[in-house]
Design a protein. Structure first.
Length: 468
């Protein structure tokens, strides 16, 4: 081995040390030119501007929630790295693009601008241009989108109390910083994001309906049906063919197969009546299979209006708690129906009576502790004063016709009265329980009284479920 002079070795070692020191000094600079972290830290800790204006024309609002989010992460990027967007960021972008599947507007989550920044970062990285600031901006923009999306999908976009609704169900508010950061740590971030939405059959059914109705809208909607006169089984003519075309165009999995493929499309046959009956049941109408005025009005609602209703109902489901338990009762006030659910399956359904406009049924959540079978129903004082007593004044036989009675101090006076509408009463108006019948549940049909219908139904439930 050749021996170098001591002086040369010293110079050589000093030169090598100098090269290594220079390389070490440049390494952080080279890394920082692509890292998004310095940009994030500077903007959130030193900037006095609450809003960041991006070259794409979009803005990022750097509020307290965003600052708390990054502070807990020690100002490290959540969605990007010096190599570009992370897989977790790609998953978020895909969810934001698909926000319309939840009835949300993807534009609210910066969809186009996020895409533009991602493409620009890819192009700059390919040319080895500094992308640290660009990726930092992208990370902040994605975080704002994430905060918005998580809040909207978890709590809804509308405050029911602010809309004047009698809403007595407490809304969950767990989209705090700790909750959102915990989502990022989930090994399956895609599943964690999907878990933000309500996971109940009703919500999933609305999502499916949204997809189907969008396809109908893209195809031009459904044809209208002339609304007079009513149509029923046995009728024939061009309006019957219109009715078939209307049901087929909606694409309901039950109604469309029943309505299409008829040998005589202009004949109102049994299968068409079954399709109409199913349509009526879905829309809370009397399901008699005849296309009367109410049914035709419902059929002629444009698909765009139905889409708006679906989006609103998706949002309403997000107002509700995520956990109902494995056995619960759900009342659809707008549809006048109740469903008993067990293990996410409907085990019982029935029609119910709800308040009309001006006396709306409040929305509440509570525990059912007792069921009174076949009860009397005391008419609320306001309804008795404003509706029942004026009806008695017009028709003294109103109570008997509607299976009702007046009890208390003023009952005799009002029973004998035929004067104009009274303004006050000292008695109580009640509906009687339906009479026991040996003919079975079918004979105990609902009477004309609004409350008797539900009580007859409860008796039917009792008859069918009691032992022995």
């Amino acid at each position: 081995m050749r021996a170098w002079p001591k002086a040369f070795r010293a110079v050589h070692l000093i030169a090598a040390a100098a090269v290594m020191t220079a390389a070490c000094a440049r390494a952080p600079e080279d890394a920082d030119r692509h890292s998004p972290n310095p940009r994030i830290r500077i903007l959130l800790t030193r900037s006095t501007e609450p809003v960041l204006a991006l070259a794409t024309g979009d803005t990022v609002h750097m509020g307290d929630e965003m600052k708390a989010f990054y502070k807990k992460r020690f100002y490290r990027a959540a969605w990007t790295s010096r190599k570009g967007i992370l897989p977790r960021g790609q998953t978020l972008v895909a969810a934001l693009r698909a926000a319309d599947e939840e009835g949300l507007d993807p534009a609210y989550y910066h969809g186009e601008n996020v895409h533009a920044l991602i493409e620009q970062a890819k192009a700059d990285l390919d040319q080895d241009l500094p992308v640290g600031d660009l990726l930092g901006n992208l990370d902040l923009l994605l975080t704002e989108s994430f905060l918005r999306y998580a809040t909207d999908i978890r709590r809804g976009t509308i405050d029911p109390s602010a809309e004047g609704l009698d809403w007595k169900v407490p809304q969950e508010d767990d989209t705090n910083t700790g909750f959102l950061i915990a989502l990022l740590k989930d090994d399956d971030f895609e599943k964690a994001l999907a878990g933000l939405r309500p996971d109940v059959p009703f919500y999933n059914g609305l999502r499916e309906g949204l997809v189907r109705y969008r396809k109908v809208a893209d195809a031009g909607g459904w044809p209208s049906v002339a609304e007079a006169p009513p149509l029923e089984e046995g009728d024939r003519g061009a309006r019957v063919a219109q009715l078939r075309a209307r049901l087929v165009a909606e694409g309901d999995p039950v109604e469309a197969p029943l309505a299409e493929g008829a040998a005589a499309p202009d004949v109102y046959d049994t299968r068409l009546a079954e399709a109409v009956e199913h349509f009526q049941d879905r829309h809370g109408l009397a399901d008699d299979g005849a296309a009367g005025e109410g049914t035709l009005v419902a059929m002629n609602v444009p698909v765009e209006d139905r889409l708006r209703s679906i989006r609103l109902n998706l949002d309403r489901w997000r107002w509700l708690p995520r956990e109902f338990g494995n056995h619960y009762i759900m009342v659809n006030v707008a549809g006048f129906e109740m469903a008993v659910m067990k293990d996410d399956q409907k085990v019982l359904g029935m029609r119910v009576v709800v308040g009309k406009t001006g006396n709306e049924t409040p929305i509440f959540r509570d525990t059912l502790e007792n069921i009174v079978v076949n009860p009397y129903w005391n008419v609320p004082t306001s309804i008795a004063r404003e509706e029942i007593l004026p009806a008695i004044a017009r028709d003294p036989g109103y109570l008997a016709k509607n299976n009702m009675e007046m009890v208390g101090g003023g009952a005799t006076r009002w029973a004998r009265s035929s004067s104009s509408s009274p303004t006050s009463t000292t008695c109580t108006c009640t509906t009687r329980p339906p009479a026991r019948s040996s003919a079975g549940p079918a004979a105990r049909s609902a009477t004309a009284a609004s409350g008797s219908r539900s009580r007859a139904t409860w008796r039917t439930i009792y008859s069918r479920t009691r032992p022995g």
